[in-house]
Design a protein around this ligand. Structure first.
Ligand code: S3P
Length: 428
């Protein structure tokens, strides 16, 4: 699929539904006894894997015109055995064991695609093991792996790396444990699980970097709305900033401060992004704020992304590399070694991909350094089955001199099946 530099992006677009929140909505709905209606659920490969998983565990999923209704088996009543195919979904692979590990008498095998099989699960197996769970993984750390339900005890667990997936897994297991469970974060990461648990009536509290959850008899979730995905919207925002004469409005985007680090970085680089993003606050709110953003073309300057910012912009760092190519001066990302464990090694694939288009970019052990040259020649970029790499190539093509051929554009369907149609709507 070819993306060429033919004209500005203009118009208004609803941000597609949030992937992270959709996974959590389906899981927490399945953990609830009463039916839960979810509006705005993302219809994409990853989130459909989560629906298939909760169905395999005994939930009924009904697709209505304006919502998705999940009738769960409830917190302690998942079907006691099964093979769960997580597809390409790392979030499902890391969150689901938290729910399963505490259900005594059950045993489940989790597996996924080739990308999933190279992503480590020891990061969840270790804390769940400390709680009393039994997880048996290939070579001790890769899928396929078997979760066997056992009685769990609450723990205090200090995360070795800032990971919302691991934090969420431990908090979910904490619902089924005896005694309270505390997770200590080295840096703040997305807090969607905490907020949704608070909305479900769970006793959950944050005190600085410590999040504590109490054991629970049941969850109570009436209805859930999934707002627009800042990680998907970021591709359009970056394109609007890079392509001359562009101006777009993005509606209904989640404004949760733990997800909008990219937009703060973009503003710091000089990008004109108008709209209210949530400010960091105390405690655990039970809501997900939503905003409207107005983004237009303009010049950029290089920046340094420090380790503290990384979890707040983790999935958008490939776009920071692309913006850096067009910015004046150097753009450096530090403390982002986690990128090597995503759908692909995103330090290697982003650096190789952009270099193939003419970028002056170097990989470091835990990030990259880009020398801005004001533009990008173009060429071909291989997506390697990574949805965010495919969309990165598309944005690079729109802003490049000669255009970009993206090899494997179909990977975008993992998180944003309507990407090309939405882009076409902005190009008149
Ligand atoms: C996610 C958390 C992040 C992110 C991933 C989705 C989540 O991973 O990269 O795309 O939904 O919790 P880590 O928590 O492992 O950093």
């Amino acid at each position: 699929m070819r993306f060429s530099p033919d004209g500005p992006l203009r118009g208004t677009l609803a941000a597609p539904p949030d992937k992270s929140l959709s996974h959590r909505a389906a899981l927490l709905a399945a953990m609830t006894d009463e039916p839960v209606a979810i509006t705005g659920y993302l219809d994409a490969e990853d989130t459909n894997s989560t629906l298939a998983a909760v169905q395999a565990l005994g939930a009924l999923v009904e697709r209505r015109a304006d919502s998705l209704v999940v009738r769960g088996p409830g917190l302690r009543a998942a079907a006691p055995a099964g093979l769960i195919d997580v597809g390409n979904a790392g979030t499902l692979m890391r969150l689901l064991p938290g729910w399963l590990a505490g259900q005594e008498g059950g045993s489940w095998t989790l597996d996924g695609d080739a990308s999933i099989r190279r992503r480590p699960v020891d990061r969840v197996a270790v804390p769940l093991g400390l709680m009393g769970a039994d997880i048996d993984a290939r070579e001790g750390r890769f899928p396929p792996f078997i979760v066997t339900g056992r009685p769990l005890s609450g723990i205090e667990y200090e995360l070795p790396v800032a990971s919302a997936q691991v934090k969420s897994c431990v908090l979910l297991a904490g619902l089924l444990a005896s005694g309270s469970t505390t997770v200590v974060e080295p840096k703040p990461s997305r807090d969607h699980t905490e907020r949704m648990l608070a909305a479900a009536g769970v006793r959950i509290a944050r005190d600085g970097d410590r999040i504590t959850v109490a054991p629970q008899d049941e969850l109570e979730l009436g209805a859930l709305h999934v707002p627009g995905d800042p990680s998907s919207a970021a591709f359009h925002a970056a394109a609007a900033v890079l392509v001359p004469r562009s101006r777009i409005v993005i509606e209904g985007m989640g404004a949760n401060w733990t997800r909008t680090g990219f937009f703060r970085i973009l503003r710091r680089m000089g990008g004109v992004v108008v709209g209210p993003l949530e400010e960091p606050g105390e405690g655990v709110p039970a809501e997900e704020p939503v905003c409207e953003l107005d983004v237009c073309h303009g010049p950029l300057v290089g920046t340094v992304v420090e380790p503290e910012e990384v979890p707040l912009a983790i999935d958008e760092l490939p776009l920071v590399a692309l913006l850096g190519c067009f910015a004046e001066g150097e753009t450096v990302v530090r403390g982002a070694g986690e990128l090597r464990l995503k759908e692909t090694d995103r330090i290697a694939t982003v650096v190789d991909g952009l270099r193939g288009l003419g970028a002056q970019i170097e990989a470091t052990e835990d990030g990259f350094a880009v020398h801005g040259t004001g533009g990008l020649r173009g060429g071909a970029l291989e997506a390697h089955g990574d949805h965010r790499l495919a969309m990165l190539g598309a944005v690079a093509g729109l802003a490049s001199r000669d255009g970009v051929e993206v090899i494997g554009m179909e990977a975008a369907a993992v998180s944003y099946p309507g990407y090309e149609a939405d882009l076409a709507s902005l190009r008149g």
